[in-house]
Design a protein around this ligand. Structure first.
Ligand SMILES: Nc1ncnc2c1ncn2[C@@H]1O[C@H](COP(=O)(O)OP(=O)(O)OP(=O)(O)O)[C@@H](O)[C@H]1O
Length: 750
C-alpha cells in the first residue's frame, strides 16, 4: 500500500484528463477479471467489504470529490500547500486542509457564504473535517464514483447514480472430498456444484445486466465529464491566454524592475558614498562629541565640586539666615524705636528749618558784606602794592646782598690753599662782614688789618637757600606787580653764583636756587591772585653772553654764534631777535626749560665748568597780568643773571683764548660798573653807557631808573682767595653806594 502511495505521489499531475475510465468501471473490471481468472470469491468479497467499510468511514464527505484521496495533499507531506485539484481526474478538492477555514469553491469561485450554483457542493465545517480526516487516513483511491448527491458545476440536474453492489452471489458449499471409488457420491456433488454454478451464472448474468446498465450510465457520465473537460479545457485555454498576457506583463514589469533595480543600485551606490562621507563626518562628530563629552564630564565634576561647596555654603547660609532672622526681629524692634526717634527728630527738624530760614536771611546779609569786603580787599591789594613798592624804594632800588659760601669738603690742596680767612660778622642784624688779614709793613713786620663791609644783607656760610630767598621774595612779588626786577650774582669763579641762582643739578626742594624758587612763588601768588580777578601769562627766555656774543640756550641750533641774535629796545621793552620764547604754564615746564638750558651750556663746550664761569647767563621771565574785575593790567620782567667769574687778569695769568675771554668778561663787568655809577649819579644829564657791552645793553631796562636791582656778591671764605674776595667786596660796596631813581610800575588802569 505504501509503495502504491509513493508511486502515485510521484506522478506528475496531468494538465488534461486523458483517461475516460471512471472508478466504477475500474471496480467492474476488477470483478470481471477476478471472475475470469477464477479468483477466490472470498478475496473479491473481501475487497468489496473493505471498500464498503472505507466508504462508510466518510460516506458523505467524499460524495462530491474525487475519491482517490492519494492525490490530495497528505497532512504528513512536507509540502504544506494544499492542493486544490485532484490531478488525475481533475476533480476538485474544494476544501483546504486547514481544519478551521473553508476555501473558495474552485468551480464557481464563490465561498460558502455566497450562493453557489450547486449548493450541494458546499459542506459544513464538520463534514470538511471528516473529509480532511478521510483524506489523510485513506491513501487509496475510493472505488466509489460520485454519489447521487454530488453534482458538478455546469452539469446541474444530471445526477450520477451509484451501482448496487449488495447482490449476493450464492456460495459453493464446502464438502468433504469423496474417495475415488465413491462415484455416486461424487456425481451427486457434481450435480450440486452444477446447480450452484448455474445459480451463480444466473446471478452473474443478472449482475452483468446491472453492470451493463451501470456501464451505460457510466458512459453517460463519461460523456458528461468529457463535455465538462472540454469546458474546462476552453477555460484552461482562456487562462493560458491570460497567463501569457500576465507573463508578458510580468516581463515588462521585470524589465521595469531591472531598470528600477539599476537606478536603485546607482542610488544605493551614491547613497553608500554619502553614507561613507556621513560616516566619516559622524566619526569626526563622534570624536568631537567625545571630546566635548570628556570636557563636559570634567566640567560636570568641577560643577559637582562647586555644587557641593555651594551646598555647604548654602547650609552655612541657612544657619546664617536663621541667625539673621533673629537679628532681624531685634532690628525690627530697633526700627520701631528708631521710627519714634525719627518722629521726634522731624519735630526738631521743623524747628531747625525755621532757624535755617532765619540763618539764610543772615547769610544773604553776610554775602553782601563779603562782597563789600572783597571790594575792600581789592582796594587794599592796590594799597598793598603801593606800600610794598614804597618799602622797596625805602630799602633802595639797588641793593646788595653778600653771601659767603661754605668751605667745600671736596676742596684739596696745600694747607695755605685750604685755610679759611678770618671772617667775622659784627652786627646782629646781619648786614656787616669783616675780614682780618695780615699785611706786611714797609719795615717788613706783619700787621693785622681789618676790612669791614656793610651791605643790605650778609649771608653767612651756614645760611640756606631758603634764608636767601626769603629776603628776595619781596622783589619777585614786585615783578608780579608789574615792575622790572633784576637780580644778578657777581663774584669770582667758584664763589657760589650758580649755586645761588640755579642751585645744584637735580636739586632737591631744599637746595633749589633763586630762579626755580622765584618761578614757584610767582605761580603760587598768581594762583592766589586769581581770586582777586588777576590772570597771568608767563614767558621765559634764557640767553648766554659769551665773548660778547648772544647765544640762545633754549634753541636747537647749538651755541658759538650759530645764529646771530641782536638786542633791541622799543617802548621800554627789550627784545632779542630770533630768540626762543617758551610759554610757561606750569612749574614743571620751568624745570624742563632750566634743564634744556643746562644741557645746551654743557654741549657748548667740552670744558663745561670752564665755559660756564666764562659766560654771563640771563634768565628772563615776562609776566603779563590782567584783572577781569578792575580791568587793570600789568607787565613785569624778572631778570635773573649768573655773571661770569670776576678774576683779575693780572692774577689769572690767562693767555690766548682764556685771555680773550677774561678781557671780554672784565670789559663787560667794568661796563656794568660804569652803568651803575652813571645811574647813581644825581646829575640827570649824565650819559649811561649801556652800549659798552652786550650785558649792560641787554639789561638797559632792568638797570634803569624804573627798575629794582639786587646784586649778590658771592665770596669765597678761603684765605687764598682773599684778594679776589676783597676786589668783589669793593665792587659791591661801590654798587651799594649808588642811589638810583624811583622804579615805575608798568601798569595801566582803565
Ligand atoms: N652756599 C653754598 N653751599 C654749599 N655749596 C656751595 C655754596 N656755594 C657754592 N657752593 C659749591 O661751590 C662750588 C662752586 O660753586 P658755583 O659753581 O656755584 O660757583 P660759580 O661762582 O658759579 O662758579 P663759575 O663762575 O665758575 O660758574 C659748587 O660745587 C657749589 O656746589
Amino acid at each position: 500500500m505504501e509503495q502504491l502511495n509513493r508511486s502515485i505521489s510521484k506522478l506528475k499531475p496531468p494538465t488534461k484528463i486523458t483517461s475516460t475510465a471512471t472508478p466504477s468501471s475500474t471496480i467492474a473490471t476488477a470483478l470481471a477479471v477476478a471472475a475470469a481468472m477464477g479468483a477466490n470469491e472470498n478475496t473479491a468479497n473481501n475487497n468489496l467489504r473493505n471498500n464498503n467499510s472505507n466508504n462508510n468511514t466518510a460516506p458523505t464527505a467524499v460524495n462530491w470529490a474525487c475519491q482517490d484521496s492519494s492525490y490530495y495533499k497528505d497532512a504528513s507531506d512536507s509540502d504544506s500547500t494544499a492542493r486544490d485539484y485532484c490531478y488525475p481526474c481533475h476533480y476538485i478538492n474544494l476544501y483546504s486542509h486547514s481544519a478551521d477555514r473553508r476555501k473558495d469553491c474552485n468551480i464557481c469561485n464563490l465561498n460558502k457564504d455566497k450562493t453557489c450554483c450547486d449548493t450541494s457542493i458546499h459542506k459544513d465545517s464538520a463534514i470538511i473535517h471528516t473529509q480532511q480526516q478521510h483524506t489523510t487516513t485513506q491513501p487509496l483511491c475510493h472505488p466509489e464514483p460520485h454519489t447521487s448527491e454530488a453534482s458538478i458545476a455546469g452539469n446541474a440536474g444530471t445526477r450520477i447514480t451509484a451501482p448496487n453492489l449488495v447482490t449476493v452471489v450464492p456460495m459453493i458449499p464446502k464438502k468433504k472430498k469423496r474417495p475415488a471409488w465413491d462415484t455416486k457420491g461424487r456425481l451427486e456433488d457434481m450435480e450440486e456444484l452444477t446447480a450452484v454454478l448455474n445459480e451463480q451464472l444466473q446471478t452473474s448474468s443478472h449482475n452483468m445486466k446491472d453492470l451493463s446498465s451501470k456501464l451505460k450510465s457510466s458512459e453517460d457520465q463519461i460523456a458528461q465529464l468529457q463535455s465538462f473537460r472540454q469546458n474546462l479545457e476552453s477555460k484552461v485555454a482562456i487562462k493560458e491566454n491570460e497567463n501569457r498576457t500576465i507573463f508578458q506583463k510580468m516581463q515588462h514589469v521585470e524589465q521595469d524592475l531591472q531598470t528600477t533595480a539599476r537606478k536603485n543600485e546607482e542610488e544605493i551606490h551614491s547613497l553608500r558614498m554619502q553614507h561613507s562621507i556621513h560616516m566619516d563626518q559622524l566619526k569626526m562628530t563622534q570624536t568631537r562629541l567625545k571630546q566635548e563629552k570628556d570636557s563636559l564630564q570634567s566640567k560636570l565634576q568641577s560643577t559637582k565640586g562647586q555644587l557641593e561647596s555651594q551646598m555647604q555654603e548654602n547650609t552655612s547660609l541657612r544657619s546664617t539666615i536663621s541667625t539673621q532672622s533673629a537679628n532681624c526681629l531685634a532690628l525690627e524692634s530697633d526700627n520701631r524705636a528708631l521710627k519714634e526717634k525719627i518722629q521726634r527728630t522731624e519735630n526738631t527738624l521743623e524747628q531747625r528749618e525755621t532757624t535755617i530760614l532765619m540763618l539764610e536771611r543772615k547769610l544773604a546779609e553776610s554775602r553782601k558784606s563779603v562782597k563789600d569786603l572783597d571790594q575792600r580787599i581789592r582796594e587794599e591789594e592796590t594799597i598793598r602794592r603801593r606800600l610794598h613798592n614804597t618799602i622797596q624804594e625805602l630799602k633802595g632800588n639797588i641793593r646788595v646782598f653778600c653771601r659767603v659760601r661754605p668751605v667745600s669738603s671736596s676742596v684739596n690742596g696745600s694747607k695755605n690753599e685750604t685755610a679759611t680767612a678770618s671772617i667775622t660778622y659784627p652786627d646782629i642784624e646781619g648786614r656787616q662782614i669783616e675780614f682780618a688779614h695780615a699785611t706786611e709793613t714797609a719795615t717788613g713786620s706783619q700787621v693785622a688789618k681789618a676790612y669791614p663791609f656793610t651791605f643790605d644783607r650778609v649771608f653767612q656760610p651756614t645760611s640756606t637757600q631758603e634764608d636767601v630767598f626769603e629776603e628776595i621774595s619781596q622783589l619777585v612779588q614786585s615783578a608780579l606787580d608789574g615792575y622790572n626786577v633784576c637780580i644778578f650774582a657777581y663774584g669770582q669763579t667758584g664763589s657760589g653764583k650758580t649755586h645761588t641762582m640755579e642751585g645744584p643739578l637735580n636739586a632737591s626742594a631744599e637746595s633749589m636756587g633763586m630762579i626755580p624758587r622765584s618761578v614757584l612763588q610767582i605761580y603760587e601768588n598768581a594762583e592766589a591772585l586769581k581770586a582777586r580777578g588777576w590772570t597771568y601769562q608767563m614767558e621765559g627766555q634764557y640767553v648766554e653772553i659769551y665773548n660778547e656774543t648772544v647765544n640762545d640756550l633754549l634753541g636747537n641750533d647749538g651755541l658759538n654764534g650759530a645764529k646771530k641774535h641782536d638786542i633791541r629796545h622799543a617802548d621800554g621793552k627789550t627784545t632779542i631777535t630770533d630768540i626762543t620764547t617758551v610759554v610757561l604754564t606750569s612749574p614743571e615746564k620751568v624745570a624742563a626749560l632750566l634743564k634744556k638750558a643746562a644741557h645746551n651750556r654743557s654741549v657748548g663746550s667740552t670744558l663745561m665748568n670752564e665755559r660756564s664761569s666764562r659766560s654771563h647767563c640771563v634768565f628772563t621771565l615776562r609776566l603779563s597780568g590782567k584783572n577781569s574785575i578792575t580791568d587793570e593790567s600789568s607787565e613785569g620782567v624778572l631778570n635773573l643773571i649768573d655773571l661770569a667769574g670776576s678774576e683779575r687778569l693780572s692774577q689769572s695769568g690767562a693767555k690766548g683764548d682764556r685771555l680773550k675771554e677774561t678781557q671780554a668778561i672784565n670789559k663787560s663787568l667794568s661796563a656794568l660798573s660804569d652803568v651803575i655809577s652813571a645811574i647813581a649819579n644825581p646829575n640827570a644829564n649824565t650819559h649811561v653807557p649801556y652800549r659798552n657791552s652786550k650785558l649792560t645793553y641787554l639789561l638797559q631796562n632792568s638797570l634803569g631808573g624804573n627798575s629794582k636791582t639786587l646784586m649778590f656778591v658771592n665770596i669765597s671764605p678761603l684765605r687764598s682767595n682773599f684778594n679776589e674776595t676783597l676786589c668783589s667786596l669793593r665792587f659791591a660796596t661801590k654798587v651799594n653806594a649808588c642811589t638810583i631813581g624811583t622804579a615805575t610800575r608798568r601798569a595801566v588802569s582803565k
